[in-house]
Design a protein around this ligand. Structure first.
Ligand SMILES: Cc1ncc(COP(=O)(O)O)c(C=O)c1O
Length: 280
């Protein structure tokens, strides 16, 4: 059984509880972040903790510990468990409020470590279909626990044989997926949406790694540009790089994983492997 950290204590997952009065339960008011390990080492932990802190600041949630303390708690929770590779979920709840709507400084930190399970291999060998949905997230820069829109559009996506849905705003801009960022190749140019998104840590790592290899454009992408894309992929901490071969009814390129997305995957895999091997 996994061991979680909940508000100052390490507990078995079945004994990990918070109050039913917490605003996370009553109002969906909480923030979280999610990362995984490579070689047992949490990938870009400080960046994830900074994003968690920023999410909390944006929606007005009190952070009960310093960033250094959170990093230490993550390392201790990993040590309490003994997985070769782990998923790590950090959650800060909204806390208990006398009128159940006004925040107080009673937020709780939870760190949940679980064993990493591989995703379907055919996603990576054949590529996937994704769809688009006319949905705009409230405060997209915050990773809040409110995933109502995501759950609904992802269910619709699965009904259509797709694994992800990309949000499209009122101006017909492609934004991001429910839990992923979007990248497209137009010729040799690597393009990723600019605004209205959660700044993905994987996205940022990719932008850094490829800054000298590809011409990169961070700009709005109109939905009508999908038909002109030569290759596409989505990125996320748990999914890494997933090649996209179909968006709605439009086939991307020749419907097979293209050479540039293969290259992105290879270089990213080399980066994560090296990250896991390096000390510190
Ligand atoms: C809305 C949204 N966009 C993008 C991402 C990808 O971010 P990251 O690469 O940090 O996992 C996520 C991750 O869950 C997400 O929820």
């Amino acid at each position: 059984m996994d061991i979680y950290y909940v508000d100052g204590k390490f507990v078995k997952e079945d004994d990990a509880v918070i109050s039913v009065k917490d605003m996370s339960v009553l109002r969906g008011y909480g923030v979280f972040d999610f990362l995984r390990t490579y070689g047992g080492k949490p990938f870009h932990l400080e960046d994830h903790i900074k994003r968690l802190e920023n999410s909390a600041r944006l929606i007005g949630i009190h952070v009960p510990c310093s960033n250094v303390e959170i990093a230490d708690i993550v390392m201790r929770t990993l040590a309490e468990n003994n997985h070769e590779e782990s998923n790590i979920r950090l959650v800060i709840t909204g806390g208990i409020s006398p009128d159940s709507i006004t925040p107080t400084n009673t937020s709780k930190l939870m760190v949940m470590v679980t064993e990493l399970h591989p995703l379907p291999p055919e996603w990576y060998t054949k590529g996937v279909k994704i769809i688009t949905s006319d949905v705009v997230r409230y405060m997209p820069g915050a990773k809040s626990t409110t995933y109502l829109q995501a759950i609904v559009v992802l269910n619709n996506a699965r009904d259509q044989g797709a694994i992800e849905s990309i949000y499209v705003d009122q101006n017909n801009r492609l934004l991001e997926g429910t839990t992923t960022n979007l990248f497209m190749f137009f010729g040799d140019k690597l393009v990723t949406p600019k605004g209205g998104i959660l700044p993905g840590i994987t996205r940022q790592v990719l932008l850094d790694i490829f800054k000298d290899e590809f011409e990169i454009e961070i700009r709005d992408i109109d939905k009508n540009e999908i038909g002109n894309a030569d290759e596409a992929f989505i990125s996320a901490s748990n999914k890494e790089i997933v090649p996209v071969v179909k968006i709605n009814d439009l086939t991307i390129g020749d419907g097979k994983i293209g050479p540039k997305v293969r290259r992105v995957t290879e270089v990213f895999t080399a980066y994560t492997t090296e990250y896991g091997r390096s000390a510190g």
